[in-house]
Design a protein around this ligand. Structure first.
Ligand code: UD2
Length: 311
C-alpha cells in the first residue's frame, strides 16, 4: 500500500486530501501542529487503520526528517503553512518560519529520506495583482505580501532540491479554494466561508464594493483530487501548475446562488471596496490538464449547495 505523509493534515485542504488518499487505498501519516488545523477535520480519517496521526511542528529542525526516516513514505504532501495573508503582513518572521523554513525542512527530509515525490501547496498569491487574465504559470511573479513571497521562494527551494537530488516536485498554485471545513473565523477568511456562515445564521453578509469583482473559486474536493493525483500518479516530471477552474465568478453571482438557497435571507450590507482588493483573478488551467490530467469538475453552484446542505 503506497504511503503518503501529509503535513497540515488537519487543515482545510489537508483533511480533504487525507480523506481522498485513504479512499484511494493509500496509507497516510497525517502530521499537524494544530496551530490552525482542527482535530475534528480528521474525525472520519482517524477511523481508518491506514491513517496515523502525528502531532508535530514541521518547521522544527530534524522533526520531519525523523518521521520520514521511520515511515519511509513514497511521497510528502506539504500543506502545513501560515495561511493568512494579513497575518503574514502582521508577523513576517512567523511567516518566514512557517512558510519558508518549514519548506526547507521538507526538502531536506525528502533528500535525506530518499522520498520520490513532494507536492507543495503554492498559491495564486505568487502572481500579485498584475497578472494577465487568465494567469498562466509563466506570467510575471510579483507577490505583494510576505505570504506570496514565501510561497514563491518555497517553490524555488523545492524545485532546486529536486533537480539536484533527483526527486520529483509538483508545485500547485491553488486559486480561491472553498468548501466544507474552511474556517470562517476571521474577517479575512475566504469570502465563501464567511457568506456561508452568515446565511446559515440568517444574518446579512457584508459586500465590499459593487460585487462585480471576480475570483476563480475552486471546490476543495477538486483541489484535493488534484493534490492526490500530483502525489500518486505514476511518471510525473517536476513542474508547477495552477489549480483553478479557468472561470471567473463574480460576488454578485455567488450572492444570487446563496439567495436562491436561502430564499428568506436578508440582502447584503453594502460597504466600500476593501483596501488592496484585486478586481479580477482567474487562472489558466491548461498546464494542470496536460501535466496531471486534472480538470476541475465541481460547478460553483454545486459547491455552494453542498455548503448550505451541511457536510
Ligand atoms: C486574498 C486574501 C486576503 C487578501 C487579498 C489581497 C485569502 C482568503 N484572502 O483575498 O487576505 O490578502 O487576497 O488581495 O487568502 N469580500 C466581501 N465580503 C466579505 C469578505 C470578502 O465582499 O465578507 C470580498 C473581498 O473584498 C474580495 C472578494 O470578496 O473582493 C474575495 O475575497 P477573499 O478574501 O475571499 O479573497 P481574495 O482573493 O480577495
Amino acid at each position: 500500500m503506497p504511503h503518503v505523509l501529509v503535513t497540515g493534515a488537519a487543515g482545510f485542504i489537508g483533511s480533504h486530501t487525507v480523506d481522498q488518499l485513504l479512499a484511494a487505498g493509500h496509507r497516510v501519516t497525517a502530521v499537524d501542529n494544530f496551530r490552525t488545523g482542527q482535530r475534528v477535520n480528521l474525525a472520519r480519517a482517524l477511523h481508518s487503520p491506514a491513517c496515523e496521526l502525528v502531532e508535530a511542528d514541521v518547521s522544527a529542525e530534524g522533526v520531519l526528517a525523523e518521521l520520514v526516516k521511520a515511515g519511509k513514505p513514497e511521497a510528502i504532501v506539504h500543506l502545513a503553512a501560515l495561511v493568512s495573508v494579513p497575518e503574514s503582513i502582521r508577523d513576517p518572521e512567523l511567516n518566514f518560519r512557517l512558510n519558508v523554513v518549514a519548506t526547507q525542512r521538507v526538502a531536506e527530509a525528502a533528500r535525506a529520506g530518499g522520498v520520490g515525490r513532494v507536492v507543495f501547496a503554492s498559491s495564486a498569491a505568487v502572481y500579485g495583482d498584475a497578472a494577465p487574465l487568465p494567469a498562466g504559470e509563466d506570467a510575471p511573479k510579483a507577490p505583494i505580501s510576505p505570504y506570496g513571497a514565501a510561497k514563491l521562494a518555497s517553490e524555488a527551494l523545492l524545485l532546486g532540491h529536486a533537480a539536484a537530488y533527483g526527486f520529483t516536485v509538483r508545485c500547485q498554485r491553488y486559486f480561491n479554494v472553498f468548501g466544507p471545513r474552511q474556517d470562517p473565523g476571521s474577517p479575512y477568511s475566504g469570502v465563501i466561508s464567511l457568506f456561508a456562515r452568515r446565511y446559515r445564521e440568517g444574518a446579512a453578509v457584508t459586500l465590499y464594493g459593487d460585487g462585480g469583482q471576480t475570483r476563480d473559486f475552486i471546490s476543495v474536493h477538486d483541489v484535493a483530487r488534484a493534490t492526490v493525483r500530483a502525489a500518486t500518479a505514476p511518471g510525473l516530471a517536476s513542474g508547477t501548475a495552477n489549480i483553478c477552474t479557468g472561470r471567473g465568478t463574480s460576488l454578485r453571482e455567488v450572492l444570487a446562488v446563496f439567495q436562491r438557497l436561502y430564499p428568506g435571507a436578508p440582502g447584503p450590507r453594502l460597504a466600500p471596496p476593501r483596501e488592496g482588493d484585486i478586481r479580477h483573478s482567474r487562472g489558466d488551467p491548461a498546464a494542470a490538464a496536460v501535466a496531471l490530467n486534472f480538470r476541475a469538475a465541481v460547478p460553483v453552484e454545486d459547491g455552494l449547495a453542498e455548503l448550505a446542505a451541511g457536510e
